[in-house]
Design a binder for this molecule. Sequence first.
Ligand SMILES: [Zn+2]
Length: 1065
Amino acid sequence: MGTEDPNRAYIPSRPAPSPFAATQSIRPNLLTRPMAGPDASVFRPTPPPQQTSTPFSSSGPVGSGPAIRPNMHPALLTTTPFSSAGPVSGSETHEFRPSYSARSIAPSTNVLPPPSGPPTSGPFQRFPSPQFPSTTQVPPPQTSPAVQPFFSPPTRPHISTGPTVPPPQTINTMPSCMNIPNSAVDSSIFAPRPNLQSSFSQRGPSNFARGTMQSAYQAYPGKQPPVVTQPPPVKSAAFVSHQENYHASPPPGPTPYLSPQSVYGAPPVAPSTGPFSREQMRPTGSGPPLGPAQGLIEDFSSLTVGSVPGSFDSGIDPKALPRPLDGDVKPKSFADMYPMNSDSRYIRLTTSAIPNSQSLVSRWHLPLGAVVCPLAEAPVGEEVPVVNFASMGIIRCRRCRTYVNPYVTFTDSGRKWKCNICALLNDVPPEYYAPLDATGRRNDLDQRPELSKGSVEFVAPPEYMVRPPMPTLYFFLIDVSVSAVRSGMIQVVAETIKSCLDRLPGSSRTQIGFITYDSTIHFYNIKSSLTQPQMMVVSDLDDMFVPLPDDLLVNLSESRSVVEALVDSLPSMFQDNVNVESAFGPALKAAFMIMSQLGGKLLVFQNTLPSLGVGRLRLRGDDIRVYGTDKEHTSRIPEDPFYKQMAADFTKYQISANVYAFSDKYNDVASLGILAKYTGGQLYYYPSFQSAIQKEKLRHELARDLTRETAWEAVMRIRCGKGVRFTSYHGNFMLRSTDLLALPAVDCDKAYAMQLSLEDTLLTTQTVYFQVALLYTSSNGERRIRVHTMAAPVVAELGEMYRQADTGAIVSLLSRLAIEKSLSYKLEEARNSILLRLVKALREYRNLYAVQHRVGNRMIYPESLKFLPLYALAIFKSTPLRGGYGDVQLDERCAAGYTIMALPVNKLLKLLYPTLVRIDEHLVKALQKTDEFKNICKALPLTAESLDSRGLYLFDDGFRFVIWFGKMLSPNIAMNLLGDDFTTDYSRVSLSERDNEMSRKLMHLLQTFRECDPSYYQLCHLVRQGEQPREGFFMLANLVEDQVGGMNGYVDWIQQIHRQIQQNA
Ligand SMILES: [Zn+2]
């Protein structure tokens, strides 16, 4: 409906009622007027048109128009009493849109008026919930005394506006719902940002924090220090638009990923496709053949490249090429050098040898930076220790706010400590004093994890919060249009939610709520006093409001039975729904209004292209005329700024959005994913979802999303020593100031990458320290600060930088940078930027040893980077960057891009170079334990040459399994695994456990592989050799070492790199 309404106002143009509008009223309502019970009576909503409604029946909402939908009165659709208001101002102008209906799932339910207790202050003001008799569409207000005074046209209650979100330019009015302390209290987290203070001064809760803080600061005179490691304060504070990473009013070509600076300066060099160079061919192994490569011999390898004169033989022995068959290899020597460093699962540097000069940086060519996974899962026994300083307060440097860590040094008989980041001498509080031994070490080191371990978690005292720690909160926004119904998605989602209710983090504090939507928005009253949930339908999409703000978000343990009743009935409620529309944008706004008091996790299940109301999207990407042009990239970025703005608002109110996209057609993942991108969320993509096939995958991944340990209302900052600075950040977050990442939610499956640059021309220190601090609320309601500290040596030698290089971290940053680049440039340019860096780096390395290795047919590379060329090739062939514009479906490409931008290093490496193992021999062998079995499985090179037609192979990229059946595989094996289906079309066969040893072993094996990394569920695809196009799609196209679809194979790739290294050498 909304689309046809000529009066439908575009939200941004309607200042007053829109959360996005630029009203003069900057502060959210909750700040200016904390609403408690009686105050709500200032609102005088118009009595809603009344309409006898049909009690909810099993047919659910049917049809998309008023004629079909009995519970939507035509008047509601056509007469919107106050909808035509132009820009208006003042609180009086808030529109009330009473066009909603109530449908009770249990027609006989007697609905009680809402509790009269004082509601907590919130961004939207409350009006007493009217009764919703099950048979009437709209509550007659007069039935409730509390309601009576409110309705008096034409004033409009604030409720229709929801939280008045400040427009971007006023963002420094940070809402009190952000559990972030004032800057003074935690300049650690808020570095020097004086304007934040003023923004806080208007609010109660922050005043509290301020007071606390000031007193906490009395001992520290230098509280606005010249912080050596931090950039100057950013004027625009909180969330702002002027920052490099986020544009509130996106300029032409807004990119969802950040590409704040031109990472690749020079225009990319197109890969040459000319004939191979015909140099002397002499296949040799690796190793330094000539001259003394002092101190570098063990780190150094070379490959002979070049063909025999007169032949087209590449001269490369494919078997001699390095392959990461053991998966992720973390640099060991570095960990040995600094045993007190944080484990590499939390933080990895692209090179652990920090260059001491700009000139060295410029010769490095590869990304210089770090990949941080602050909440990475630790093996049992290696959990991060928790430290509680209690009343003493957390020990931090009073100048740069670094947290006490193993690298601080104690002097003056233990009465002072020296900050390892800024070198300031701090006093040791009397309670923290311990004498030093003869070597200057405190004698209580054993009892002080913060002084001996690189990773600790501090319990944060009250000054680290401006409101009580939020409860865990899960809000579900579920598409119930016809395609969602038919795919079976609703059923799987509802079942999974129900099965996870006991495992949601947060125990008795957990909050939960639901909205469903098609062409209208359906709210659910699930307050604990009900026996059945109650549905209310809002059909006016143009001016979204929340009908019953108090009871749509409830405490799970109190409302448990109502919640269960709702998820139980959701699938059947909509089973006959034939509505094809999707009012996703308005539904999103409604969810925002409900959640914005507390924040939390929003889970979106979207099955169609949003078609109604604000945020509706159009089919794009089918215009072949843009292929290969400068416009090509625009289809990979959002077209409508609505989603980005929504994401900004979400983040501001501590809401993290996880988007599950299911469509069998174009879903505009580029736009939907932005919600996850800027809110610290995650995008899940299930193309052409059918529950019969993909049920297990969705069930597993949703269950993990719901039950994994999550850090709430978090911010993260990474500090570093004098002379170096992090200049750009890449991943899913909102940058709040130049170096503060806002993360409404974080979990173990998210990693963040950042680039480092030198501020000084020359570093004079021997060591650079890094410290990651994540301030968050734990699921059990405790405010915590997780701190990871690491040291790295400063070096003057390029060779040392190479020696300490970490391929995994480099690949992670290279991938993210290339994906970001693909949002502004052609795919080819994004790919070539990687090749260019790789060539430059290897050329530089070669030049280091030009004297020793002057033979032209030898490609020289550091041992630490021996897998880098292959990973670079894999990035070329990865879904986000592969081929041309039309080679990968647009949604699939965008989804993979969003996924990689958040992926931890080890998972990325596995995705780029998956595991291929032969399994038939093991299945037929005598009984053996699967654990041993897995160790026996030897990973094979990813080339078709690894595949024997008599064999059975498993391919695992962490996201899916492919089981490849060779043509000559023993029919016995196939029969055992597939039963009688073994001769039929494998696309119709699904693998299940059969009653024989071989089948059980296979299923056990798959389970073992899945347990290795539970972050995604590998759905199993069966492929028979020669069965096209499935074999090509599932298997052959993913063998990255082979030449596929015009992309080089490994040998040719090395040849190409070598040739380019030699050019201009
Ligand atoms: Zn310091």
